[in-house]
Structures are given as structure tokens and as C-alpha cells.
Design a binder for this molecule. Structure first.
Ligand code: G3P
Length: 223
């Protein structure tokens, strides 16, 4: 399972890339808004993210009609070879996905909340579909069940569109995505940092270091 960072924050991306855990990045207008007013233009931030990320970077259009979606998509795609165009799940969006596929420009279809939407995006030629699991959980539905159903449908029909699990809130989303066999999960940086943690790991390490003082009272390593 590929791991993407769900952020527009350049420092988080640099740290994630340094850890060797980040395969790509997803951004959206809300994430971009968090970086506004910090002295860099949107275009400069996106160009920097495209430069420092060792894989695909999803950048979302904000137009809602086909013609302007296409104009914005073409501008985004010129910013870097690893740019992926994020298009919302609407009728105009589906039409734009088809046209961008014909131009070999990869699309991540966003705001997916059920398997029907995912199947339509795949049929239109999306490279990725982004189901929002956390927002489904927020309204009392089971976001991960939608991932399971999309996976079944894509396997049924041999669909190569990648399932990109989005709106992730916790490590359980990560675990269930891996068990289902999602292709990609996009994580907020705070969820990424939680993944390696286990209280028994912390407890075990503390005990090892404590015992080590019996071998080397100052804690040094004498080899
Ligand atoms: O990138 C889209 C998605 O991950 C948004 O997540 O936390 O705003 O529901 P969230």
C-alpha cells in the first residue's frame, strides 16, 4: 500500500520524505487555505511540493463547470510531470475526467462517498478514486465498508483504477485499508506519526535501557 501525505504543508512533506515513508501527496482547497497568509503564493507552494515529493501530487481544480475545470486542469498539469488533477465527482467532473484521460493526464476523482460514484469515475478513466472514509464515519456510516465494496467491484471487473483512501483519521483506517488491499492511503501528518507507536514498544525500550545501566552505568555503548 502506497502512503501519501494529505497536506499542503511543505515542512510536513520534507519530514515525511526524510522518514522514507511518503510516496506521494494529496492537497485540496481546504488544506491550501491553512497555508494562506504565510508569505508564499499558492503557485509557489504547489511548485515546491511537486519538486520535493518523490511521486504523484494531487492538486484540485476549483471550477465546477467542464470548460473551466479543463482550463484549470491543463494549467496544473504544466506545473510538473508528477501532477495529478483532482476533479470532484459531478457530471461535469466525469466529462472532464474522460477528456483528461484522452490527453493522458492522470486524474484523482475526489469527494467519493459510495461505490457507485467510484465505478463511474473508474469508467470515465480516473487513475485514482478518493473515498472519504472519515467523513462517512462522522455521519454514522462505516467508511471502510465503502472501501471494501469498491475493492470488490474493481476486482469483479478487472478495473485498474487505484483506490486512494482519504479523509483518514486514525491508524485503524490504515490497518483496515491494508487488509482490504487499498492501493493508496493518504494520511494527515499526525496520523502518520502515530503509526509506529505502541505502548508495549515504549515500555520494552524503557526496560532495555534500564537494564543496560547494569552493564554500563553511564549508559554508554562500549564497542
Ligand atoms: O484530501 C481529502 C480528504 O483527505 C479530506 O479529509 O479530514 O477533511 O475529511 P478531511
Amino acid at each position: 500500500m502506497k502512503i501519501f501525505l494529505d497536506t499542503s504543508n511543505v515542512e510536513e512533506i520534507k519530514q515525511g520524505v526524510d522518514l522514507g515513508l511518503v510516496d506521494g501527496v494529496t492537497t485540496n482547497p481546504s488544506l491550501a487555505a491553512r497555508e494562506a497568509g504565510k508569505g508564499k503564493s499558492f503557485q509557489d507552494i504547489i511548485k515546491e511540493i511537486l519538486n520535493i515529493t518523490p511521486g504523484p501530487v494531487s492538486v484540485e481544480v476549483v471550477a465546477t463547470d467542464y470548460d473551466n475545470m479543463m482550463k484549470q486542469a491543463l494549467k496544473i498539469s504544466q506545473l510538473g510531470a508528477n501532477a495529478v488533477i483532482k476533479i470532484p465527482m459531478t457530471l461535469d467532473g466525469l466529462k472532464a475526467i474522460k477528456s483528461l484521460k484522452e490527453k493522458r493526464i492522470p486524474v484523482n476523482c475526489t469527494l467519493i462517498f459510495n461505490p457507485i460514484q467510484a465505478l463511474l469515475a473508474a469508467k470515465s478513466g480516473a487513475e485514482y478514486v478518493s473515498p472519504f472514509v472519515g467523513r462517512l464515519d462522522d455521519i454514522g456510516e462505516d467508511g471502510m465498508q465503502v472501501i471494501d465494496e469498491i475493492k470488490t467491484i474493481f476486482v469483479n471487473y478487472g478495473i485498474s483504477t487505484k483506490i486512494l483512501v482519504a479523509s483518514v483519521r486514525n491508524p485503524i483506517h490504515f490497518l483496515r485499508s491494508a487488509i482490504i488491499g487499498a492501493d493508496v492511503i493518504t494520511l494527515p501528518f499526525d496520523v502518520l506519526k502515530k503509526l509506529p507507536s505502541h505502548p508495549k514498544t515504549d515500555e520494552g525500550l524503557a526496560r532495555f535501557l534500564d537494564d543496560w545501566k547494569k552493564v554500563s552505568p553511564d549508559g554508554s555503548f562500549p564497542l
